[in-house]
Design a protein around this ligand. Structure first.
Ligand code: PLP
Length: 396
């Protein structure tokens, strides 16, 4: 039995949405750790394979626990349909490759998560799909990059790690004007603080590894769009290439969704206070935070995001040495390249997540030797402020 999700606000949908309760009436979502399904009769198997009878066939195709996760994500995102994947990168790769074919052209914002950039810049051209990377913050750059064979636009907003913001509605309008599609990687905003489908995007992808799990346990991803696009473009790819999410991880992510609004609210509130504190410190050259008035695209933030961010980008004066000193002096905040976790995490993009880019490509993205990305966790805000204050003394 699936509950109706009509008119539910996010906090309700995230607790009850998509629940498929078995005959035992369990309270918590059941974990169906099964590869396959059995049929009463040979005729029933035939009918199910023909699609004449509903039901599950094989867990590479679909699984009840994974189904609950997909339905709950649809309820949150306001999407008609979804497919869950084993990782965020499996979701991004499927969303992009299922939208184009050899001879097509992709325009993407150059500020992309490292692996997303590899898919667009390195993998896609191997199959005859050309890509142009642009500075996504100016719509004129997107317009200039359009070719007669442009079929897909791809962006991430806010971006990793410099939290640049791209005008999603403007790029969606451009995509619609030429009959192309827009894929938005909405990880940094979370499904609560930005609704790309409402802004005109056609496909939204998440790494559920980040805020959706939010407790550092498992990888996962999800692609959300209209039913027609999923049926026509994604369905067969999924069945036959198998990027499927494990039922165990789907269950973990379902539990993550229950507390997502509470966690994101708390983490954003803390991050706002920490960003304001950092902006006042003499050791810090620059703070980029989507909730502050001095954010380079503050007007677009106001237009398309309903909250700030759980992430902060900062530049420490004194370059790499000072950035390393600050990281090493932190007690509570851990050095890790993950984000969206209950634990506060800090990373130095130039030597970790963005180490494969050339110096010029990094400079273009605003990633300097002193740049750090801080993902604010669920610890007490005052404890975090105190930890950062004591660590800043190590920089002096
Ligand atoms: C982490 C991340 C991904 C990749 O997700 P995985 O679950 O690690 O595969 C893609 N895009 C963005 C913006 C991310 O932060």
């Amino acid at each position: 039995m699936t509950k109706k999700t009509r008119n539910w606000k996010p906090q309700t949908a995230l607790v009850h949405g998509g629940t498929l309760r078995s005959g035992f009436g369990e309270t918590a979502e059941a974990m169906y750790l099964t590869q396959g399904y059995v049929y009463e009769t040979a005729q029933a198997a035939e009918a199910r394979f023909k699609g004449e009878e509903p039901g599950f066939i094989y867990s590479r195709y679909a699984n009840p626990t994974v189904d609950m996760f997909e339905k709950r994500m649809c309820a949150l995102e306001g999407a008609e349909d979804a497919r869950a994947t084993a990782s965020g990168m499996a979701a991004v790769t499927a969303a992009l490759l299922c939208s184009v074919k050899a001879g097509d052209h992709i325009v993407a914002a150059r500020a992309l998560f490292g692996s997303c950039r590899w898919v667009v810049e390195t993998l896609a051209p191997r199959y005859g799909i050309e890509a142009t990377l642009v500075d996504g913050t100016d719509i004129a750059n997107w317009e200039k990059a359009v070719r007669p064979n442009t079929k897909l636009f791809f962006l991430e907003s806010p971006t990793n790690p410099t939290l640049e913001v791209v005008d999603i509605a403007a790029v969606a309008a451009l995509a619609n004007s030429i009959g192309a599609r827009l894929v938005v990687d909405n990880v940094f905003a979370t499904p609560l603080q930005q609704k790309p489908l409402q802004l005109g995007a056609h496909i939204v992808v998440y790494s559920a590894t980040k805020h959706i799990d939010g407790q550092g346990r498992c990888l996962g991803g999800v692609i959300l769009s209209d039913k027609k696009w999923i049926d026509e473009n994604l369905h067969d790819y999924f069945r036959h290439t198998g990027p499927s999410l494990s039922p165990f991880n789907a269950w973990t992510l379902l539990k993550g969704l229950e507390t997502l609004p509470l966690r994101v609210r708390q983490q954003t509130e803390s991050a706002g206070k920490i960003a304001d504190f950092l902006a006042e410190q003499p050791e810090i050259a620059r703070v980029i935070y989507p909730g502050r008035d001095d954010h380079p695209q503050a007007a677009i933030v106001k237009k398309q995001m309903s909250g700030g961010s759980t992430l902060i980008c900062l530049d420490v004066k004194g370059g790499k040495q000072a950035a390393f000193a600050l990281q090493n002096a932190l007690d509570i905040v851990l050095i890790s390249n993950n984000l969206g976790d209950a634990k506060s995490l800090i990373t130095h993009p130039a030597t970790t997540t963005h180490k494969n880019l050339s110096d010029e490509a990094r400079a273009e993205l605003g990633i300097g030797p002193g740049t750090l990305r801080l993902s604010v966790g669920l610890e007490d805000t005052d404890d975090l402020l105190e930890d950062i204050a004591q660590a800043l003394k190590a920089v002096k």
